[in-house]
Write a protein that binds this ligand. Sequence first.
Ligand SMILES: Nc1ncnc2c1ncn2[C@@H]1O[C@H](COP(=O)(O)OP(=O)(O)OP(=O)(O)O)[C@@H](O)[C@H]1O
Ligand SMILES: [Mg+2]
Length: 215
Amino acid sequence: MLIANVSPRTAGKTTDSGLMAHALLAAEHPYEVEGYDADHSAQFWDWAQKAKFPFPVHRQPLARFYRTMEKPTGRRYVGIVDCGHTENHPDIADAVLRVADLVIVHMAPTSADFERIVNPPDATPLFEVIERSESHRPDQNPPETWVLLNRCATNARSVKHYREEMDEEGYNVFTATIPRSEVLAQAVGFPVSDAAVRPFATLVTEMEKRGILPT
Ligand SMILES: Nc1ncnc2c1ncn2[C@@H]1O[C@H](COP(=O)(O)OP(=O)(O)OP(=O)(O)O)[C@@H](O)[C@H]1O
Ligand SMILES: [Mg+2]
């Protein structure tokens, strides 16, 4: 399966992509993982080179992503796509959303991230970007979409508040959240530590329980 990590702007996607991939590799029944860097910044790809990731990350910031990417067919295969900003590169986002099996929207529980996703002053709301992919998809349905709240302060009211707000906007929201932490803030570019992967292990367990990862 192919997971597209998206957001309208900078939102922790590259950090989450790298750490989620490692959590999938470290699962009790490990998954086969491959990364796809669909962002011109090439930071996911660069991190993989610098830190010698134990899986390949392909560099494909392409509006023809859906044509060029070859989806491995292994039963427990998970491809992780780090997309560029949907606001600035809608052509690439559209191309990835044509073939994604699951979309994860990355956001902090803040008004700035919420507004940028739901009610941007000068961009297409993300929900519409995802929905419009349906006409290009084999089943004519938009991909299943979940929100991952990241950079969450411990016990902050904002987490519950924006979970409810996103729920009201029609999004599924993971129970697992990613904390705001210095270890995670400094993760990109360096070998991945167990401490950095831990919150993502909880996410992988939740995804398994919800039946949205291959069995
Ligand atoms: N869990 C976290 N806690 C604290 N800081 C974080 C966390 N995750 C990411 N950050 C910080 O947030 C910033 C953005 O992270 P990242 O580069 O992963 O986002 P991105 O969505 O890939 O951005 P872009 O789309 O611009 O490439 C970085 O400074 C990173 O250190
Ligand atoms: Mg990035």
